[in-house]
Design a protein around this ligand. Structure first.
Ligand code: S3P
Length: 447
């Protein structure tokens, strides 16, 4: 997609049954663990978004055989460890990619230089460098722990690390480094975060001990472990499905079914929240696919009411707050999203950009350091105005959220840099058009 802008307009209802692309978190991990392992790992349903393709290229650079056999079907031939890349490793827009790969690479006697796009070069890497440094890794980087960064790995010692922020990326980086550290790694997370690394390590034959403690967890990975290649089936990404479900909820007359969506309990805070708002959602065909629970979810247009989203829910829906804010815009009453400060260090400052975009579309918003409040526009016949050209700062989720808003607003909404949508959801526009959405290339003036 090369369009400079995309514009979404109100049209008919959205109807149909679709599959969302593979889960981004699980796709990155499948490639990285496959490259760390000995032997062949066959992956089905891999997300072929730009972020994950960068990780695939990085794994080849670290010495693995990486081959695309067909759509979503990839084979990784791991060499039981990483070797030194001969060039800079460019992780594009992917925070998960670079942080997990740095953790994995730190366990080996090598130097590797990492960079990324302007967004990734602006994001904090200190959160990963701090524990890796305690384990013995060394690096040189730009001010504030920013990329480009050269990491020197090898000879790691064990660590017990209490996560200062609820971040599955940091937890995973430490666990992956721990696999090759003398003494392994113990990570204590005061709030449980997505556990795909722990689950997948077991699929690769690794020993991982997890104990629940309060709302959090203690995870122990012994050092000196060898992983063995396996088969991974990547389920549908709930963070991508979220856009389709909310699109159906806010567009009158709609009914959309998303098949094979991951239902990991640490990823479905949005479903709980939408349920509390009065969303008509049904979950059918619940099944197990490759160690994760998946199901088909149907969303029907609903009259939504604002809710107070508690801070402890944030880790289970951290990437879904932008689209929740859109659902909240179409609701009656106020939605308060608390404890979401981590949103400010994603691909963009998502609190600031959602507040600006919604305000430009005529929605009442209040922004605080850790909180976003949206005043639902639904009062009698009053609707969401729309009619804005939204600046996305190249953030895929900000772009998709505002396009969904445009589908049900009174006036069209356009977004810039729509090519970035392909980082997590290639085919988003075609899939939405197939459901009946009016999303097309158009200059912002058309909005
Ligand atoms: C991810 C963890 C989350 C999430 C990101 C994917 C992962 O980031 O926002 O999109 O795959 O581990 P943090 O770990 O920074 O919260």
């Amino acid at each position: 997609m090369t369009a400079a802008h995309l514009t979404a307009r109100r049209a008919g209802p959205l109807r149909g049954t679709v599959r969302t692309p593979g889960d981004k978190s699980i796709s990155h991990r499948a490639l990285i663990l496959g490259a760390l392992a000995s032997g062949v790992t066959d992956i089905e349903g891999l997300l072929e978004g730009d972020d994950v393709k960068r990780t695939a290229a990085a794994m080849a650079a670290f010495g693995a055989g990486v081959e695309r056999l067909g759509e979503g079907t990839w084979r990784v031939e791991g060499r039981g460890g990483f070797s030194e890349p001969s060039d800079v490793v460019d992780c594009g827009n992917a925070g998960t990619g670079v942080r997990l790969i740095m953790g994995a690479a730190a366990g080996f006697d090598l130097s590797a230089t990492f960079t990324g796009d302007a967004s990734l070069r602006g994001r904090p890497m200190n959160r990963v460098l701090k524990p890796l440094g305690e384990m013995g890794a060394r690096w040189i980087c730009r001010a504030g722990g920013r990329l480009p960064l050269t990491l020197r790995g090898g000879n790691l010692r064990g660590i017990t690390y209490i996560l200062p922020e609820p971040s599955a990326q940091v937890k995973s980086a430490v666990l992956l480094a721990g696999l090759h550290a003398q003494g392994g790694a113990e990570v204590v997370e005061p709030e449980a975060t997505r556990d795909h690394t722990e689950r997948m390590l077991r699929c690769f034959g690794a020993e991982v001990e997890v104990t629940e403690a309060g709302g959090g967890r203690r995870i122990v990975v012994p050092g000196g472990q060898r992983l063995t290649g396996t088969r991974i089936h990547v389920p549908g990404d709930p963070s991508s499905a979220a856009f389709l479900l909310v699109a159906a909820l806010v567009t009158p007359g709609s009914e959309v079914t998303v098949q094979g969506m991951l239902l990991n309990p640490l990823r479905i805070g949005l479903l709980d929240t939408l349920g509390e708002m009065g969303a008509d959602l049904s979950v059918t065909n619940v099944r197990d696919e490759g160690g994760e629970t998946v199901a088909d979810i149907t969303a029907r247009h609903s009259e939504l009411e604002g809710v107070d989203v508690p801070p402890e829910r944030a880790p289970s829906m951290i990437d879904e707050y932008p689209i929740l804010a859109v659902a909240a815009a179409f609701a009656s009453g106020k939605t308060v999203m608390r404890g979401i400060g981590e949103m400010r260090v994603k691909e963009s400052d998502r609190i600031a950009l959602m507040a600006a975009g919604l305000a430009a579309c005529g929605i009442g918003v209040e922004e605080a350091p850790e909180t976003l409040t949206v005043i639902g526009a639904k009062r009698g016949n009053h609707l969401v105005a729309g009619g804005a050209a939204v600046i996305t700062h190249g953030d895929h989720r900000i772009a998709m959220s505002h396009l969904i808003l445009g589908l049900a607003a009174e006036a069209p909404v356009s977004v810039d840099e729509p090519g970035m949508i392909a980082t997590s959801f290639p085919g988003f526009v075609a899939l939405m058009q197939g459901l009946g959405a009016d999303i097309a290339e158009a200059p912002p003036a058309a909005a």
